[in-house]
Design a protein around this ligand. Sequence first.
Ligand code: 48F
Length: 259
Amino acid sequence: MLEDIKISRAIIGRYSEDLINSLESDVAIVGGGPSGLTAAYYLAREGLKTVVFERKLSTGGGMWGGGMMFNQIVVQDEALSIMNEFGIRYKMFEEGYYTANSVESVAALTLGAVRAGAQIFNLISMEDIMVRGNQFVGLVLNWTSVDIARLHVDPLSVQCKVVLDSTGHEAKVTNKLVEKMGAVLNTTNGSLVGEKPMWAEQGEAATVENTREVYPGVFVSGMAANATCGGHRMGPIFGGMLLSGKKAADLIIEKLKNR
Ligand code: 48F
């Protein structure tokens, strides 16, 4: 006989365990889009305690919709090894242009990250950062539904050794750093340089180049890297996002090894 109350107890109990276990982590990733999920996979695979906080019901960010809802994405040669690593199938369209189904791509990146050991929380938004003096120490979180309903409910905080801002065009973490702390960032102007218009080739190169530690303990990847450090947008080509996520993971692994 199935007891309804046991179902509730199982869900609340397990979720609470996971959340309490995630109060302190090595790496908190804000945003479960393609760059964040790729980073989560490589970080967790390395044995780092990795937690992803995703604002929406589903992970995948801007990948689901392909280009203008044609649910295909394009990737270039440089990213094929990462596609292979996740088992995402692709077909050559023309030399240098490969297509993949966007739904398969999101599903594979998400499963890869989870199976590697990353903990993903959906429906939770980062609303602020936590600092001690000038030191970044963690994130301030709330239910996305609280945010949407504009309810006056105080958040909870989590601690992490480093954070990866993979919130896409909005670059939420770096915006908070500048807005609330007047932080001087590792960018050309010491602040938020901003995103430039569409130019796939330039944008793809820049998103990888811009993937870096912009403030002690704060890394950026994907479109958040271009929005923070300055770079063109690139539309529905995703190789740069995968390469950026991998680079972010490599840099973070290096930093945490040397601590
Ligand atoms: O936007 P998104 O897909 O970021 P990305 O990994 O990839 C960019 C591409 O999708 C696309 C592109 C083509 O290559 O230019 O835009 O850089 O994913 C960002 C994720 O962050 C979540 C958001 O819901 C999305 O899933 N996010 C944004 N703000 C918050 C957040 C927040 N405050 N808290 C938690 N998650």
